[in-house]
Design a protein around this ligand. Structure first.
Ligand code: CU
Length: 253
């Protein structure tokens, strides 16, 4: 009798757990990400932006990706705002993003450049579309990043702003989960999306980890600090639109 009771308890709860785990992993997988999500100091990394779903049943026809330029970005130390510039933590952020030409997913693409000429993002679109239920990858490289030896930073996490576009519209007719999916930090840009939406204030992260073997922390640092970098609203508004051959194609002007 006891064993029957045990079974009847164990079996349903196993299914409940499996079901919940399924939901959890589906949810985690359902957000556009960068894989791998981090790189070690001093190591060049081959990465992919992975688009994980369309707008409902609507296919993705393009994507736009903006990394913080580190010039007017918002920086925090262990979550606390700082006015320390990015180069007090990293020696070389400018020019770290390198974008591949790859027409296996979309036919057109280019990098986006900041005022210094460094790539701060990229876009890809056109040609065939990406089925709403399949994953798509867009390859890019991050060059070896070096931490400042005298800083206490053990990691620097960048929040990229990404828009997966399913239908080209003017900004005024952009509709989340119908014409576009936003994976952006909510910093007050035109691409914040709607509070409570599918992935509101859920940017795409990429983190650089300090190599504590080759670049140990100064003793005064203790356990070290985590740095977070977000693009400014001004930068997102400037860099998010897709400009193709000198013409803005998304959002429609
Ligand atoms: Cu999702």
């Amino acid at each position: 009798m006891q064993s029957i009771q045990l079974k009847s308890f164990v079996v349903p709860s196993f299914f409940v757990l499996a079901f919940l785990a399924g939901i959890a992993s589906q949810h985690a997988m359902s957000h556009t990400v960068i894989q791998p999500p981090e790189a070690l100091e001093g190591v060049q990394s081959e990465n992919n932006l992975v688009i994980t779903h369309g707008c409902g049943e609507t296919s993705v026809i393009g994507t736009s990706v903006v990394f913080p330029d580190g010039l007017d970005s918002t920086i925090t130390i262990n979550g606390n705002p700082t006015t320390d510039p990015l180069d007090s933590f990293l020696q070389n952020w400018g020019g770290v993003i390198r974008f591949y030409q790859d027409r296996s997913l979309f036919s057109e693409q280019d990098s986006k450049r900041d005022t210094l000429g460094n790539a701060v993002g990229f876009w890809s679109g056109g040609g065939r579309s990406l089925s709403s239920h399949l994953f798509g990858r867009i390859p890019f490289q991050t060059a070896a990043v070096l931490f400042q030896a005298d800083s206490c930073a053990i990691s620097v996490r960048f929040s990229a702003a990404v828009a997966d576009i399913c239908k080209i519209t003017p900004l005024s007719q952009v509709s989340e989960e119908a014409t576009v999916n936003f994976w952006t930090p909510a910093v007050g840009s035109n691409y914040d999306g709607t509070p409570g939406g599918h992935a509101y204030d859920f940017p795409v992260f990429f983190t650089f980890k300090r190599n504590l073997d080759t670049n140990p922390l100064p003793e005064s640092c203790g356990a070290g600090v985590q740095i977070s970098v977000k693009p400014s609203a001004t930068q997102i508004n400037r860099d998010m639109p897709i400009i193709h051959n000198g013409t803005q194609v998304w959002p429609q002007p």
